[in-house]
Design a protein around this ligand. Structure first.
Ligand SMILES: [Zn+2]
Length: 433
């Protein structure tokens, strides 16, 4: 095998019109760094002139050489360059200059395509842009440009929306929220919009075609009132589903606040209320009723139910609130809407203030909670996406440019996630029987 063949194979270049010189390797100092420079010669065989299209009957002649220095992937952790002597041709028909081109590097570029692919591979990892630029010895702007090329190729199409979507928001900057839409089935981000105000979102959704909007059958969201009007206006066929996790979270928060109020009034048992918060929030059916054990704040041996009962006895309001909490939780866990509706529509007295407001909220949204219990969609995929967004923001110490951050989010939660899933289905581990 000749030198050229072995080097092109080693560097993973798929270029036939490239030959390396015999003394192809040189060490050089570029930007105060020791670098490898590989030297080669690039030519083209033309059947016709690419400028005017006339057939080559010895009409295209050689005319000088153009040098170019291209950055390629590191070799043994040393920055490497490819110095190409590009053959320049001249067409006799149109008198125009033609420079030899290769698929190692794009026209007008000084960074090889292999290096760009390596940078892109890093885009899916949660690491700051500056770290990627340092790893591959390219500038920050280059990294962002490479990210942007892939993002803009995969731009948002306004004539299609999936059957079920999730909506949520996360903080982009102080007091500025970014609005996030994703596919409820596979978790791919559809779009991220800066500013979640009603005016802005109205403007945004008006860009989608009517057909696309009517295709949406389910919208999963948390309990944020203004979105409901928005969904009713723009998605006429959609059923609103409130995420189950957020309902349970609302309940636990209000019971927890009640507990803290009781704790502050009750100086004697303060440590007991403080220590066993987890048992109070636990579903009553999961509490241990049979095994007797030592609890630190109690002298005698007790079961978990005994501890909870002791704490409840002290305060009537707290006990009533606890019973209501357990009732609602039971019906939610068993996905029983009729029972749930009965419980929230009863008249309650002597329950805590926090529990009362929660009850009112649940009544207000009970129409949508019905859908929650009927269908299996949840906001889990969205919370995962939001977590990724926050992580990217955190590792890069905040972001000033929303477009740049959006491109990164789209690459991680949209493009690369697709490949990963396909990978698992295609090459899953075979089962040996
Ligand atoms: Zn020509």
């Amino acid at each position: 095998m000749s030198i050229t063949n072995s080097i092109t194979k080693l560097l993973n270049f798929k270029e036939e019109n490239l030959t390396f010189y015999e003394d192809f390797l040189e060490e050089r100092i570029i930007n105060h760094n020791r670098c490898f420079v590989l030297k080669g010669y690039l030519f083209n065989n033309f059947d016709f002139c690419p400028k005017c299209g006339c057939i080559n009957n010895n009409t295209i002649i050689k005319k000088g050489i153009e040098k170019s220095l291209i950055k390629i992937n590191k070799i043994s952790e040393i920055t490497s360059y490819l110095e190409l002597d590009k053959q320049v041709y001249k067409c006799k028909c149109c008198n125009k200059k033609i420079t030899a081109q290769s698929n190692i590097v794009n026209f007008g570029c000084h960074i090889s395509n292999n290096l760009k692919m390596a940078v892109l591979n890093c885009a899916k990892e949660i690491m700051p842009k500056s770290l990627i630029s340092r790893l591959y010895n390219v500038s920050d702007n280059t990294v962002q440009n490479i990210f942007n090329t892939i993002f803009y190729n995969d731009k948002v199409y306004k004539d299609f929306l999936p059957k079920a979507i999730c909506i949520d928001e996360f903080t982009f900057k102080k007091k500025t929220y970014a609005f996030n839409i994703c596919n409820a089935k596979n978790g791919k981000t559809i779009d991220v919009v800066l500013d979640r105000t009603a005016y802005n979102l109205d403007k945004y959704f008006s860009h989608y075609t009517e057909k696309a909007r009517k295709r949406v059958k389910f919208v999963v969201m948390d309990m944020y009132g203004p979105y409901i009007d928005l969904i009713k206006k723009w998605f006429p066929n959609a059923k609103i589903i409130i995420d189950l996790f957020h309902i349970v979270q609302l309940l636990t928060k209000s019971l927890n606040k009640t507990r803290i109020n009781v704790m502050n009034e009750n100086k004697e048992d303060r440590n007991k209320y403080k220590r066993y918060w987890r048992l109070i929030l636990k579903s009553r059916f999961d509490l241990n009723t049979s095994s007797w054990q030592k609890f630190r704040c109690f002298k005698e041996l007790m079961t978990e139910v005994d501890v909870v009962d002791y704490l409840l006895k002290k305060d009537q309001f707290f006990e009533n609130s606890y019973d209501l909490y357990q009732d609602i939780l039971y019906h939610l866990q068993h996905r029983d809407y009729i029972g749930f509706n009965k419980v929230i529509n009863k008249k309650y007295e002597n329950i805590s203030k926090q529990m009362y407001t929660t009850l009112n909220t649940l009544k207000k949204y009970s129409k949508y909670i019905k859908n929650t219990l009927e269908y299996s969609y949840s906001n889990g995929v969205m919370e995962r996406n939001n977590n990724t967004c926050k992580l990217i923001k955190r590792v890069s110490f905040g972001s000033r440019n929303f477009r740049n951050m959006k491109s990164r989010i789209m690459i991680i939660t949209n493009i690369f996630r697709k490949e990963k899933r396909e990978y698992h289905t295609k090459y899953s581990i075979p089962k040996y029987t």
